[in-house]
Design a protein around this ligand. Structure first.
Ligand code: NAP
Length: 253
């Protein structure tokens, strides 16, 4: 029956940057659907672990700064040592730097590209190798952005990195579909998290943005739960290489 295809019981999901915001919302959604979670974060314990455990699921913390690709192999090793397998990867960790394009620094370019695009690719590569070794496919969900579709303002490296996420999602799907691996992305619209605090504090930008969202509100982490469970589950087995906007209708305007 169709509802059972959304059930994730017995699956292990590795979620990056899940101590707060959209990553926490997705980790909790996956746990509600039955997943155990490997949470990859820069810092030590946080309340995601207790919230996942309160749902009766296991949570294994892995500490890593994903700005460096050198940590990728060890992240996957630690995840496997703890959980024994990985079925789902959610590449959520991401940062944004805001500055006029005329003044934008190379550091702000490199930091954002390294975390949002480069580590996302190499972690996906490492996990895809594991999926192939396990022999029963897997699901990769990348977190893209409205700026995978649009240019944005004052965020050159973020736009470049998130446009790369949409392209890489297609490329990885093309190459790995034959192994039973689905690679899709979710492009959140304007969501109320740390990432958008500056925007929400700027009264005129905030009003401008809200006025363009047909849903009439900023998104929240819970809005990510249904979409991530769908893309992580066998309900979406024939969906591959696609970037799903979860934006309250923003792109439809
Ligand atoms: P957030 O609250 O700032 O969360 C970002 C997450 O990434 C945090 O867990 C953060 O951990 C982690 N992170 C940052 N640098 C890291 C590093 N070097 N290594 C490992 N983890 C790191 O923002 P969010 O809105 O939830 O963002 C989640 C994802 O959604 C990002 O990819 C973002 O680009 C994307 N997104 C957000 C929006 C939005 O409107 N909010 C829209 C489109 C896309 P720390 O707490 O340690 O910093």
């Amino acid at each position: 029956m169709v509802l059972s295809t959304f059930n994730l019981e017995g699956k292990v999901a590795l979620v990056t940057g899940c101590n707060t915001g959209l990553g926490q919302g997705m980790a909790l959604g996956l746990a509600q659907a039955g997943c155990d979670i490997v949470g990859v974060n820069r810092d030590g314990p946080d309340d995601t672990q207790s919230k996942v455990e309160a749902l009766g699921r296991r949570f294994w913390p892995v500490q890593a700064d994903l700005m460096q690709t050198s940590v990728v192999a060890s992240v996957v090793e630690q995840a496997l040592a703890a959980a024994g397998k990985i079925n789902i990867l959610v590449n959520n960790a991401g940062i944004i730097r805001r500055e006029d394009a005329l003044n934008f620094s190379e550091q702000d370019w490199d930091d954002v590209m390294n975390l949002n695009s480069k580590s996302l690719f190499f972690l996906s590569q490492q996990v895809a190798r594991q999926f192939i070794a396990q022999g029963n496919g897997g699901k990769i969900i990348n977190i893209a952005s409205m700026l995978s579709f649009q240019g944005g303002i004052r965020v050159p490296s973020y736009t470049a990195s998130k446009s790369a996420v949409m392209g890489l999602t297609r490329l990885m799907a093309n190459e790995w579909a034959k192994h039973g691996i689905n690679v899709n992305a979710i492009a959140p619209g304007y969501m109320a998290t740390n990432n958008t605090e500056q925007l929400r504090n700027d009264e005129s930008r905030s009003e401008e943005i809200l006025g363009r969202i047909p849903a009439g509100r900023w998104g929240v982490p819970d809005d990510m739960m249904g979409p991530v469970v769908f893309l992580a589950s066998s309900a979406s087995d024939y969906v591959n290489g696609y970037t799903l906007a979860v934006d309250g209708g923003w792109l439809a305007r």
